[in-house]
Design a protein around this ligand. Structure first.
Ligand code: NAI
Length: 506
């Protein structure tokens, strides 16, 4: 499908953080852009903020002054809606309120040409509901940019019940022509990103609540073993707990209280206390001058013992560790077995979603220490371990010494199911799988959305594929058995794929 020609005029309504960014993107792509805001002077202010940001690029030699002048010449602040009547695509980025947005679209429908495309940048309002009172609801869709719009590549092209699919394809092609990475999503609560990302926060909040580890340790593990750019606590502090908690609450209630999306009392308490994160100087961390960041819990250095490492059977997703042991100069002996590592007194096993204490008894494994998933065992700088109650201090020391010799910082956690990275990935992939099962988006689009919208190191479904058939399903099944909660029920699609050998991403 063809993108809109650059001769088509774009109108952006609402010149706040998002509207200004979207106007910049459209103007950069060569369109003339009307920028309108109900507040007097706001559209001019929006244009001035674009000029200020881009002027820095000129100063750094990354942009020519003449190009900036051309770009700014394309942005025309207007006072009234009547002035943008000849626009071919109108994107609204006004206040997040169903009634006010509906009113705006009704006015636009009356003013603009019949072939206008109406788009909403809403994060949480149903596109279907926004179109319900329009004469031509098929011409309305979601064009959901991420903040800051000029920098974030993702655009969710959201189809309401009545949206014309051909129109959505035009908008998809247009977003691509604007240098974005567009994906299709049906209008369901949270669309793709705001739904699939919920467990990234929720599981760490729960681990903290259950005293498995503190925020600094969980953040460090998700960064250093999970390869996420930021840990969940520092990210929530950056987003603001009021905003992040409100999104979780809205998704939770929109899905009729599905416990997968249950908000956290810990985060609620922060909101109640006014500890909203960076913007108030205090969230999970303190941002007042001179306050030192808490360090992640890290085991003290053990003396190196240079004993042979015995690999029994296949390590599956953790096979990357073997090379790391070899690179550290350790002697590695491989023999038949059930997929465990023996070192000194310790038996180490990758988490399968059971607690170490339970697994030690069920599988008759003495001196068991379980370890976490790393996104890339070659690159990881830290790994979580947990031991069974019955595991000796010597075995824990041996397991720690082995991983330290391979260059990993070790965080010893209280015994809990699925540790941190594996548990987080399992729940992200679970939500992603359900989004695919329910036809919200394709597997490829879900993965693209999570990488382009929130910078995940890999899409959760491709990542789940790479661990091997059925691994995530097994972890979730064990998590569900551990908690006895519906929250951890595995998606039917994960179950089906684990039996049929299908991968999400071909
Ligand atoms: P903002 O508060 O920075 O800007 C909103 C602007 O809209 C204000 O300048 C306001 O004067 C104007 N406005 C309000 N009602 C209006 C009306 N009836 N007609 C014309 N102008 C009107 O808000 P922000 O953050 O830019 O959000 C705008 C929309 O984008 C919301 O729907 C929000 O959910 C969505 N969004 C926000 C993201 C974010 O991270 N801030 C990310 C993605 C979507």
């Amino acid at each position: 499908m063809q993108a809109l020609n650059t001769t088509v005029k774009i109108a952006v309504i609402g010149a706040g953080a998002m509207g200004s960014g979207i106007a910049q993107v459209a103007a950069q792509a060569g369109h003339c852009v009307y920028l309108q805001d109900q507040q007097a002077g706001a559209a001019e202010k929006g244009k001035a903020s674009i000029a200020k940001i881009l002027q820095k690029r000129v100063s750094n030699g990354k942009m020519q002054q003449a190009d900036l002048d051309t770009l700014l010449g394309r942005i025309q602040p207007v006072d009234s809606l009547e002035e943008l009547a000849d626009a071919g695509l109108v994107i609204e980025a006004i206040i997040e309120n169903l009634g006010i947005k509906r009113q705006l679209f009704a006015s636009l429908e009356a003013l603009c040409n019949d072939d206008v495309i109406l788009a909403t940048n809403t994060s949480s309002i149903s596109v279907t509901s926004l179109g319900a009172e329009l004469k031509r609801p098929e011409r309305l869709l979601g064009m959901h940019f991420f903040n800051p719009a000029p920098l974030m590549a993702l655009v969710e092209v959201v189809l309401g019940l009545a949206t014309d699919k051909k129109l959505a394809e035009v908008v998809h092609a247009t977003a691509a022509a604007w240098g974005k990475k567009p994906v299709f999503a049906t209008s369901t609560p949270g669309f793709i990103v705001n739904r699939v990302a919920r467990p990234f926060y929720a599981e760490s909040l729960r681990l903290m609540q259950e005293q498995v580890a503190d925020p600094a340790t969980l953040d460090a593990l998700l960064r250093e073993a999970g390869s996420f750019r930021m840990g969940p606590f520092e990210l929530m502090d950056l987003i603001g707990h009021d905003v992040n908690y409100a999104v979780t609450e809205s998704v939770f209630s929109a899905y009729y209280g599905d416990f997968r999306f249950q908000p956290s009392l810990i985060q609620k308490a922060l909101v109640e206390a006014g500890r909203l994160g960076r913007k108030t100087g205090q969230g999970f961390y303190s941002y007042t001058d001179g306050t030192e960041r808490t360090s992640p819990a890290t085991e003290a250095k053990q003396s190196t013992t240079k004993q042979p490492v015995i690999i029994e059977g296949e390590l599956g997703a953790a096979r990357g560790l073997i090379e790391r042991f070899q690179q550290a100069g350790l002697t590695v002996i491989q023999r038949m077995g059930g997929g465990v590592i023996r070192y000194g007194e310790a038996t180490l096993a990758l988490t399968d979603g059971r607690m170490a204490g339970e697994r030690a008894v069920a599988d008759d494994l003495q001196e068991l220490v379980i370890f976490d998933l790393a996104e890339d065992y070659q690159q990881a700088t830290r790994l979580a371990i947990a031991a069974a109650e019955q595991t000796s201090a010597t075995a824990i020391k041996d397991a720690t010494a082995l991983l330290q010799q391979a260059g990993l910082a070790v965080s010893l956690l209280n015994d809990s199911p699925g540790l941190v990275v594996m548990r987080t990935l399992a729940m992200l992939a679970n939500e992603a799988a359900d989004a695919v099962l329910q036809g919200v988006a394709s597997a490829a689009d879900v993965d693209l959305a999570m990488c382009a919208g929130v910078n995940y190191p890999q899409g959760p479904l491709g990542w789940a594929d790479s661990l091997g058939q059925g691994v995530i399903w097994q972890v979730l099944t064990n998590l569900q058995a551990s908690y006895g909660e519906d929250r951890y029920r595995p998606s039917l699609l994960l179950r089906r794929n684990s039996f049929t050998g299908q991968f999400f991403i071909a």
